[in-house]
Design a protein around this ligand. Structure first.
Ligand code: FES
Ligand SMILES: [Fe+2]
Length: 452
């Protein structure tokens, strides 16, 4: 594009910083990206019963997602057709499946059809049609427990949008994952800064030293001569069409039974996995660590590994509990501990019968603020009731009472990145050709929307 500002360019090896800081760029994102892209508005678990609703806000758009009946969920603009009042806030249930405007009491069914207009003959010369004042519906698709919406009246078909990651997400049983906890917090940074903090494992040694002690000792220590095997070097990155991507931990993960230092392998693996329990309370659950410990003293059959035995134990227990699990295939197992990125802002980090997810979106029209959410989910035993998903609104991303160590470490960088990006000393960021290629792919796809 000829008059595309220099400070907004996506380069071959980097990104110009104006994309993160310029309010005009944020405006363009709302106009051309968020208005047309498929985006996750909710999980189905937020609206389990008819009448249940949740409000999804993005920029200045506000959407009511509501369950109509067992098989139907709809999305409407959160605006009264009379004088504009927002009809719902946060989440809840419409009593008797009726949506009543708090201003003058007009009323609709949860299907969006108008039911009552006070002094109806007063409007449009007495000729007000139901269609004049029906709630305005927004396109919606359900996939893997996610409710995706699109504001565009004629969007790219959802099937086409999701195609590159559909199989991955389905094999991982993401549609069977239900809430353990869900937290949101606003972060003082551009939404892309927060997304990109989770699109690579290259930051792990410096940001999460407890997860990679040898590499961290190298980075923070003064012995620069010895060789270090950084675990990110074993990660596999893949980019897909439509801006999506994924990475995998590769073979050298504790999940694959890999341990580094000498010691009892069961204890080492349990200790390593426990770092995630204590640091995140997601991805690895307490019961998973106990399962690893239960392998202690049991011989490993020939041809198997500790990781292999762990997987057997996990699937055995899940079968007893009638818990759905990811497909038991090498390729699916390899995805554990990695991530599937659904463009532009949804990250799924699958693990053994559970998954952590991140969603990041701009906070209003401010380029320097975003809403960040973490979902910890798992599959539930067949007869166990699934709780409704309710967000806990956190106020401080650095508070140990509100977030555990690993997210706090990630969050601690985010405002600092935004601060540096604003200085005149940072005209562009550099991206590693391989380890950061999902970031570049995301920006390239964004440009297809923005320049169109
Ligand atoms: S603004 Fe909603 S009924 Fe008047
Ligand atoms: Fe991190």
């Amino acid at each position: 594009m000829e008059n595309w500002p220099e400070q907004w360019r996506t380069l071959d090896h980097g990104i110009r910083s104006g994309r993160y800081t310029d309010p005009e760029f944020t405006r363009l994102e709302h106009k051309n990206l968020w208005s047309r892209v498929w985006q996750m508005a909710a999980r189905l678990d937020e609206v389990p019963e008819p009448g249940d609703y949740t409000v999804y806000d993005i920029g200045h758009q506000s959407v009511i997602v509501v369950r109509v009946d067992r098989d139907t969920v709809k999305a409407f603009y959160n605006a009264c057709p009379h004088r504009g009042t927002a009809l719902a806030e946060n989440a809840g249930s419409f009593e008797n499946c009726r949506i009543i405007c708090p201003f003058h009491g007009w009323r609709w069914g949860v299907d969006g059809a108008v039911q009552y207009v006070l002094e109806r003959q007063q409007f449009r010369g007495g000729k007000l049609a139901d269609s004049d004042v029906a709630l305005r519906e927004i396109r919606l698709e359900i996939f893997a427990g996610f409710i995706f919406i699109n504001f565009d009246r004629n969007p790219k078909p959802f099937d086409e949008f999701i195609a590159p990651v559909r199989q991955l997400i389905e094999d991982l049983a993401i549609g069977d994952m239900h809430p353990i906890w869900w937290k949101s917090v606003t972060a003082p940074a551009n939404w892309k800064v927060a997304v990109e903090a989770f699109l690579e494992g290259y930051h792990v040694p410096a940001t999460h030293p407890q997860l990679e002690t040898t590499s961290a000792e190298f980075i923070y220590g003064d012995d620069v001569t010895r060789e270090v095997n950084f675990s990110h070097a074993d990660h596999l990155y893949e980019t897909f069409p439509n801006g999506h991507g994924r990475f995998l931990g590769g073979q050298k993960t504790p999940m694959a039974g890999h341990t580094t230092a000498a010691g009892d392998p069961v204890e080492m693996m349990a200790a390593r996995l426990n770092l995630l329990v204590e640091g995140m309370d997601a991805m690895i659950l307490k019961e998973d660590v106990e399962l690893v410990r239960s392998l202690k003293g049991k011989p490993i059959p020939e041809g198997s590994t500790l990781g292999g035995e762990y997987v057997k134990a996990l699937y055995g227990t899940a079968a007893q509990q009638q818990r759905p699990m990811p497909k038991l295939e090498r390729e699916v197992l390899d995805q554990w501990g990695g991530e599937v990125f659904i463009f532009p802002n949804l990250m799924v980090l699958p693990q053994a019968g559970n998954a952590m997810m991140y969603r990041v979106r701009p906070n209003g029209s401010d380029p320097d603020s975003c809403i960040f959410e973490i979902y910890s989910t798992k599959t539930y035993p067949a007869k166990q009731p699934v709780p409704r998903a309710v967000v806990q609104k956190m106020t401080d991303a650095s508070d140990p009472e509100q977030f555990l160590q690993i997210p706090r470490q990630d969050f601690s960088n985010i405002p600092r990145i935004q601060k540096g990006l604003h200085t005149n000393g940072c005209k562009q960021v550099w991206l590693a050709d391989y380890y950061e290629k999902m970031i570049l792919n995301m920006h390239q796809e964004m440009d297809r929307y923005l320049m169109d």
